[in-house]
Design a protein around this ligand. Sequence first.
Ligand code: ATP
Ligand code: MG
Length: 432
Amino acid sequence: MPRAEHPVSRDHISDNALKVLYRLHNSGYQAYLVGGCVRDVILGKEPKDFDVTTNATPEQIKGLFRNCRLIGRRFRLAHIVFGREVIEVATFRGHHETTTTDKESKLSKQSDHGQLLRDNVFGTIEEDAQRRDFTINAMYYNIADFSISDFAGGMQAIKDKKIALIGDPDTRYREDPVRMLRAVRFAAKLNMQISHESAEPIKRMAPLMANIPPARLFEEVLKLFLSGQGLETYKLLTEYHLFESLFPQLAPLLLQSNSRECRFVEQVLTNTDNRINTGQRVTPAFIFAAFMWYPLEERCQQLMSEGGLNHFDAFNLALNDVLTRQLQRIMIPKRFTIPIRDIWQLQNRLPKRYGRRAYQMLEHPKFRAAYDFLLLRGQIEGGQLLELAEWWTDFQEANEAQRKTMLKNLRDQEGVAPRRPRRQRKKPKSST
Ligand code: ATP
Ligand code: MG
């Protein structure tokens, strides 16, 4: 497709991506933009990142760029680093010979379930196109003449709003089960339909997700829920039985639609989508904390009733149990598990407002997240939780004199029934 027949112009491409393309081209290599960036520009969206593909090997790429890092074992590629922007440069991938010797080879490796464990066989651009996931992701923009090569009918698929795998769906999902998540993600993000052939195997093959290492799933899960279409993505994941492979502790609590658990999860995702779509900050810790909250409460109640533990001990034990089990599916980095724990722990501290505690709470670095979390719980459950959340809303907005009055009123109420909150905490239904 020559330049005159497609909408991708150099104005849409980041300067750094252009630099990389031109350096490769001027050194005698082929250089193309490929994948999501080409797809998104054609769709009139701004690409998140730019991926380049070339016939230069990783070593040859490294020879051309001082700011180059070679990464990945399963899939070796080069990162060209420009401050905060990273341009990913991959060498064309080729076909895998499925002989037994090759199964053990250094370049290519396949598991007994047909999953590709290593993909470092290099090839031609045509072969590279066949190794890509969906037809809309296999369009190549050539820096030599600004043409686009559309090897799998991606243009037509964009017109038809179809997400379709390249090749035989069973084989392609088996090679890499993450493609099932990606099918759902693109359907939600691009407002497209998964083709019948590519949709049909998903429910059946969803259990293969268990073979994906937790480290790989973290980034994928962020893209699922932090791209502005989290609610829609969640609904599709549930429909295709993929959600349970990511959050096995939460999924059983969501079987009854319109339960408080369902409403909570949907509200969290609605709020997150709104924040993202209006340019506000979101932290992955909040979503993870929310997705594990009811499993945590349930485990806590169980430890209290069966193990005879007090609430404080049961909560801390449950917190570690639930987090440990989740980390077996998704490797959430420490920089997020620490705030997740904070948000949870603060749910127990927010009811205790006497004396200087209310002021200390406002100073806590995670107060804002914990308060938002409490407000959400309050909106779902109502009652005392909502009252507590509204008290904190008022306290933040109040001036010094008003705050003093609020705290005095609280003391006076406590004076009437000093130990009430404690006793109430032991009731199974109460969450404060
Ligand atoms: P976005 O960046 O908007 O999430 P994307 O399509 O660019 O979407 P990336 O993960 O950046 O997704 O991957 C870049 C390209 O690499 C894809 O467009 C696709 O061609 C190819 N690709 C990525 N993951 C896979 C996979 N699991 N199997 C086959 N090809 C893949
Ligand atoms: Mg991309």
